[in-house]
Every structure is written in structure tokens, then in C-alpha cells.
Design a protein around this ligand. Sequence first.
Ligand code: DQA
Length: 142
Amino acid sequence: MKKIAIINGPNLNLLGTREPEIYGKETLADIRKRCEKKARELSVKLDFRQSNHEGELIDWIQEAGREASGLIINPAGFGHSSVAMMDALLAIPIPAVEVHLSNIFRREEFRHHTYTSRAVRGIISGFGGLGYVMALEAVAGK
Ligand code: DQA
């Protein structure tokens, strides 16, 4: 069975209580459940993780490159700042999709650019937890 890695960056562990007017009331556990349901429909296995640490996220991107057949990543704030995460994504041979819960292009100007988006097949931004499910459709079919 194909394995898809889903990697979540900093502060996404706080979903549900973190700025709910922007990120909604869904928790990361709720999003994980939605993804697991979709993964069952698509007959793929999921590896769903979250970390607040850039180096750990980079280790996980590299691991996904060795062990998974697709990657979904919400780099959160590191997307806007981390050349090293972009480099890790450029180094892996599997298709990756970047997801943001909020529409980053409607928000502050510093959120309009992500380094990581240069290294992925595409971005889904602004659909809340549904964006992860959409991304699963996109990578599972590749
Ligand atoms: C985010 C958008 C980022 O700008 C922000 O730093 C986050 C969450 C999103 O999912 O909308 O932490 O990636």
C-alpha cells in the first residue's frame, strides 16, 4: 500500500484555540481524522506528524523522501522563512503539495511568499482542513 506523509509545522498543534477567526475551530486531531477517512477511500496509508522544530521537520521531509510516495506539508511560519526546508523539499524525489488553512494571499504581505512553494507541485491555500483532503487526492493519484 502506498504511504503518504503529512507534515505539519510550528503552532499547528494549537489549532482549535489559535486565532479561530483565521484558522477555524477544527483541531489538528480533527484534520487528522478527516485525512484518515480520505486515505481509507483512496487505499493509501498515512503518516501524520507535527513539530515546532525546523530541524526535526527537515529530518521528516528527508525520511518521507526515502519511505513515502507522496508528501503533504503545511510548513506554517517556516514556509515564509526557511530556505533549508525548501532545500530539503528540492532534494526528495516524491511529489509534494503545500497546504495552508488560510488564504495566505489575502493576509499580510510577508505571508504572500513562501520559499517552500518553489519546491512543490502546487499549493492549496484558504480551504481550512478540506485543503488537506484535496491535497491527498492530488498526491495519491501521482
Ligand atoms: C499557515 C499560514 C502561515 O502564514 C502561518 O504562519 C501559519 C499557518 C496556514 O495554515 O494558514 O502558521 O500555514
